[in-house]
Design a protein around this ligand. Structure first.
Ligand code: AMP
Length: 307
C-alpha cells in the first residue's frame, strides 16, 4: 500500500494582517505530505526544487515518513516561488508573484517502485504535469484526488478539463468552483463539475468549512472557530493531505468514509493556520490530532427530537 503525492515544494512570501514573512518553505506537496503523515507512513513524493532549497526541510519531510526518491534537485536553478497577501477577512488573498523557476521545465519522473500507488494525490500544479504523472503509472490507483486553483483555470483550462476527466475526487475553493462551472449557486456548480469527470467534489470555504458532494448527496464539515489564525496558506493542501491520508489509512473510499475524511482534513487545516508556513504541522503528536478531531465532533453534535 502506498500514497503518491505530486505537487510543489517551494518558497513562499506571505503577508497577512498579523505579519509578513520573507521567503519561507511552503508548496502544496509540502503541506499535503506533512498533513498525510499523521495518518499514513508510506508516502512517496514526486516534485522538483532548485539547489537553493534547504536540506533541513527535506530532512523534516523524511523524518515525518515522506520518501523523496522522486524529488528532483536541479543544480543552478531556483525553486518555485509564490507570494501572496491576505485581505482582512483572511478568506480571500491576492497573488502578488508567481515565479515558476524549476517548475517551468519540470518533467516529472515517477520512480519505478512508485508506479503502482493505491492512492494518488495530485496537488496543485500545471494540469499537463499532472497528466504526465498519470501516464507513467502502470496500474490505475484505487483513488485519484486532484487539487487545483484559479491560476490554472486562467492559463490552461483545456488541459485542466482533460485532467478532470481522469480523476475521482476534485478539491477546490468556492470561488474556483464558481469560475470552473460558471454557476453562482454551489449546488448547481457541483452538479456541473461532477459532469466533467470527478465522482466526488469537495468545495472548501475557508473559515466557513467544506462541502462534500457526489451526484446524489451533500455533506458539510465546519471549520473550527479558532482563537488564533495567523496564516491560511496551505490550509487547502493540509485539508487534502488529511483527507487522503485518512482514506489511505482506512482503505475505505466510500462516500460515508469520505464524510469522516473531510473532518480529519479540516482538523489538519485548523493546525496549519495557527502559525506561519508549515511550522504547526511539524512534530504534532497523535494525541494532538485526536483532541483536535474531538473538538470537531463536539462542535457539531446535537440531539434533536422532531416529535
Ligand atoms: P493553499 O493555501 O492550500 O491554496 O496553497 C498554498 C501553497 O500553494 C503555497 O505554499 C504555494 O507555494 C503553492 N502555490 C501557489 N500558487 C501555486 C501554483 N500556481 N501552482 C502550484 N502551487 C502553487
Amino acid at each position: 500500500m502506498s500514497l503518491l503525492v505530486v505537487g510543489t515544494v517551494a518558497f513562499d512570501a506571505i503577508e497577512t494582517p498579523f505579519g509578513k514573512t520573507d521567503k519561507i518553505v511552503g508548496g502544496a506537496a509540502s503541506y499535503i505530505g506533512l498533513a498525510a503523515s499523521y495518518f499514513y507512513k508510506n508516502i512517496q513524493l514526486v516534485s522538483v526544487v532548485g539547489d537553493d532549497f534547504p536540506n533541513s526541510f527535506l530532512d523534516t519531510l523524511k523524518s515525518q515518513g515522506v520518501k523523496l526518491d522522486g524529488l528532483q534537485i536541479k543544480q543552478g536553478e531556483k525553486s518555485f516561488f509564490w507570494a501572496g497577501k491576505y485581505h482582512n477577512d483572511l478568506n480571500t488573498r491576492d497573488t502578488l508573484d508567481t515565479q515558476l523557476n524549476v517548475l517551468a521545465t519540470f518533467d516529472p519522473v515517477v520512480p519505478d517502485d512508485y508506479k503502482e500507488p493505491d492512492f494518488l494525490m495530485l496537488g496543485n500544479l500545471m494540469p499537463l504535469i499532472q497528466q504526465k504523472v498519470l501516464a507513467q503509472l502502470t496500474k490505475r490507483p484505487k483513488l485519484i484526488v486532484l487539487d487545483t486553483m484559479n491560476f490554472w483555470m486562467d492559463t490552461s483550462m483545456d488541459e485542466l478539463l482533460k485532467t478532470l476527466s481522469m480523476i475521482d475526487v476534485l478539491t477546490i475553493n468556492d470561488s474556483e468552483a464558481r469560475q470552473l462551472s460558471g454557476e453562482y449557486s454551489l449546488v448547481k456548480a457541483a452538479q456541473k463539475i461532477l459532469s466533467m469527470g470527478p465522482k466526488v467534489l469537495v468545495i472548501k470555504k475557508g473559515e466557513h468549512g467544506a462541502l462534500l458532494f457526489n451526484k446524489e448527496e451533500v455533506f458539510f464539515a465546519p471549520a473550527l472557530p479558532l482563537e488564533e489564525v495567523y496564516d491560511p496558506t496551505g490550509a487547502g493542501d493540509s485539508f487534502a493531505g488529511g483527507f487522503i491520508g485518512y482514506l489511505a489509512k482506512t482503505k475505505d473510499i466510500s462516500f460515508e468514509n469520505m464524510k469522516r475524511a473531510i473532518i480529519f482534513g479540516s482538523a489538519m487545516a485548523s493546525f496549519t493556520v495557527e502559525k506561519f508556513g508549515t511550522e504547526r504541522l511539524i512534530g504534532l503528536s497523535q494525541e494532538d490530532v485526536e483532541e483536535r478531531v474531538q473538538e470537531f465532533v463536539d462542535l457539531v453534535q446535537f440531539d434533536i427530537s422532531l416529535v
